[in-house]
Design a protein around this ligand. Structure first.
Ligand SMILES: Nc1nc2c(ncn2[C@@H]2O[C@@H]3COP(=O)(O)O[C@H]3[C@H]2O)c(=O)[nH]1
Ligand SMILES: [Zn+2]
Length: 305
């Protein structure tokens, strides 16, 4: 019971758990949000789905199964913190949690800029338009639509149908950051959870929530956040090393000769993370006291003014 409650908080420490335990924690989240009963998803089918997801995350420094868990767990924490169960429909919560679990499926550790510059198969397939996010989405639908084993017959078809208009994963392409944030800002004044007609408002909120969860490592306690930065830089440096070898353009924020930890984080927190979190906190003021990054990042922000 204690662990169940801890799992609902943004201070949860992923580093204490093995992959097999993480699978169980993911199952607990889906069960405690009543998805099993609301959508007739059989526990074995959920287990099967999570195992397929697990198999399709690669063993790379950052965009791996642990990252998938952290993003999903932050989404789960935000759902409880902001009392979204009483504000949104259960199907929207299912879409958000499924999108979080699937949002980086089969990431190879090289970002969209690399995919496009190196003219990879993914970039060709998707005409340079969010190649990775389109791929994560495609793999998600592949998993949901190809049940193996009789127990999945009913679950996959209905789950797939339910989530088929889910486009949250595509919102995680950071080149669309300003577009999505500005859209959210523009509709904030009109936000009204009691108006069930406002589907586009809900959709904009869902996109913001997955984006917040995706970049929320720095909103966690220091002992959780620090190792994540090492993982991220390891993946960045690996990409830039390959780009140098292949004679491709190198992004300055990935270059081991240019990046330091503070330089990487101060700019990221100030210009990307904080403005995004602040907008969400406008809608849910309770977040200000519950996410450690808001007070600390806000002071960096003020100090630099
Ligand atoms: N510098 C920095 N970038 C981050 C951090 N967390 C997430 N990001 C970036 O945000 C991006 C979100 O989408 P991606 O997963 O493609 O890649 C991620 C990183 O490039 C962080 O803590 N520091
Ligand atoms: Zn991610």
């Amino acid at each position: 019971e204690e662990l169940r409650q801890y799992l609902k908080t943004p201070t949860f420490d992923n580093w204490q758990w093995e992959d097999a335990e993480i699978m169980v924690l993911l199952q607990v989240m889906f069960t405690d949000l009543d998805f099993i009963s609301s959508f007739n998803i059989e526990p074995e089918a959920l287990q099967h789905f999570l195992f397929e997801v697990y198999r399709r995350y690669n063993n790379i420094p950052f965009h791996n199964f642990q990252h998938c868990f952290c993003v999903t767990q932050m989404m789960y924490g935000l759902i409880w913190l902001t009392d979204l169960r009483n504000k949104l429909e259960n199907i929207d919560l299912l879409i958000m949690m499924t999108s979080a679990v699937c949002h980086d499926l089969d990431h190879t550790g090289y970002n969209n800029a690399y995919q496009i510059n190196a003219r990879t198969e993914l970039a060709l397939r998707y005409n340079d338009i969010s190649p990775l996010e389109n791929h994560h989405c495609a793999v998600a639908f592949q998993i949901l639509s190809s049940p193996s084993g009789a127990q999945c017959d009913s679950y996959c078809t209905s789950w797939f149908r339910l989530c088929s208009n889910c486009r949250c994963i595509l919102a995680t392409d950071m080149t669309r950051h300003n577009e999505i944030l500005n859209k959210f800002k523009s509709i904030l004044p009109a936000f009204d959870f009691t108006n069930k007609e406002h589907k586009d408002l809900v959709r904009a909120l869902m996109m913001i929530l997955i984006k917040v969860s995706d970049i929320s490592n720095e909103a966690r306690p220091m002992e959780v956040a620090e190792p994540w930065l090492d993982c991220l830089l390891q993946e960045f440096f690996n990409q830039s090393d390959v780009e140098k070898l292949e004679g491709l353009p190198v992004s300055p924020f990935m270059d081991r000769d240019k990046v330091t930890k503070p330089s990487s984080q101060i700019g990221f927190i100030r210009f990307v993370l904080l403005p995004l979190f602040m907008e969400l906190a406008n809608l849910f003021p309770c977040l200000e006291s519950n996410l450690p990054v808001l007070p600390s990042a806000a002071s960096i922000f003020l100090y630099q003014q």
